[in-house]
Design a protein around this ligand. Structure first.
Ligand code: 4FM
Length: 247
């Protein structure tokens, strides 16, 4: 079981992963546990204040050290497992499918979700193990990024998915985009499923999927083709496809 603790002033936002889909089932199956800690519950200040103006001036408010620190202390105390503290910020290392390897070995991940203009630097420097980002854009808080991390990590854990995807199989690792997929019905709005996929000929289906994967990559992310060392078969299929484009 992997444990996630989240320090957030908006714990109800996490209903989105607690109550739906595969993350909900992973909780029911004891694959993951999610604990929520609200810094507001730990504020010693008037009206349970957790933020304050920034020293030196300037617009906006910062989250204060003490409510975060007290919430973090309880989050650590409540679990016997070795913890690892992550602050979610656009300044962190960028999340990528490959980076998930860093996390699924950890027993207890603690996510710090900031709001307002940020958090006191002393908390980052002294309480946070690593800073991580979900991408180069600015959100209003770390809650959505925390949910994205938990969702992406959870689906890599053994026994969580119904049809386990070997990590090696996933298109990210092959260096190409996935092939196209179709389901019932065979014809809809006069559009049919490629005949080879209904033929039962597994050798031809395999070839079609390699071509589909190369075609999708060529059309949507051609830079990946240049980066990847193609096999002899892939080169042959790609050349054949590119000839059909010139005609
Ligand atoms: C972070 C807002 C801290 C306020 C944010 C505070 C983000 C990202 C992000 C916004 N986090 N990847 N992009 N956070 O925008 O991880 Cl206090």
């Amino acid at each position: 079981m992997m444990e996630f603790s989240i320090i957030t002033i908006f714990p109800k936002m996490f209903d989105a992963i607690l109550n739906y889909g595969i993350t909900k089932r992973a909780i029911q199956k004891n694959k993951i546990k999610i604990n929520l800690w609200n810094p507001r519950d730990y504020s010693i200040y008037k009206n349970k204040k957790v933020d304050h103006k920034i020293y030196g001036g300037g617009p906006g408010m910062l989250m204060m050290f003490l409510p975060l620190f007290k919430a973090l202390k309880d989050a650590k105390k409540k679990s016997k497992k070795k913890n690892f503290v992550i602050y979610l910020t656009p300044q962190g290392k960028k999340l990528h499918q490959n980076a998930l390897k860093n996390f699924y070995k950890k027993k207890h991940l603690i996510f710090i979700c900031g709001r307002y203009e940020g958090i006191d630097e002393r908390f980052i420097d002294n309480q946070v193990d690593e800073e991580w980002s979900i991408g180069d854009y600015i959100l209003t808080g770390g809650e959505l990024p925390a949910m994205i991390f938990i969702d992406a990590i959870t689906r890599t854990l053994p026994g969580v998915l119904n049809s386990p995807t070997s990590l090696l199989e996933e298109s990210f690792y092959s260096g190409l985009l996935d092939y196209s997929h179709y389901t019932r019905p065979k014809i809809i709005n006069n559009l049919s499923v490629p005949a080879v996929l209904l033929s039962g000929n597994h050798k031809n289906i395999k070839k079609w999927r390699i071509e589909s994967s190369l075609k999708n990559t060529f059309l949507k992310k051609p830079e990946l083709i240049k980066k990847k060392k193609l096999t002899v078969l892939e080169k042959k299929i790609l050349k054949k496809y590119q000839k059909t484009l010139k005609k």
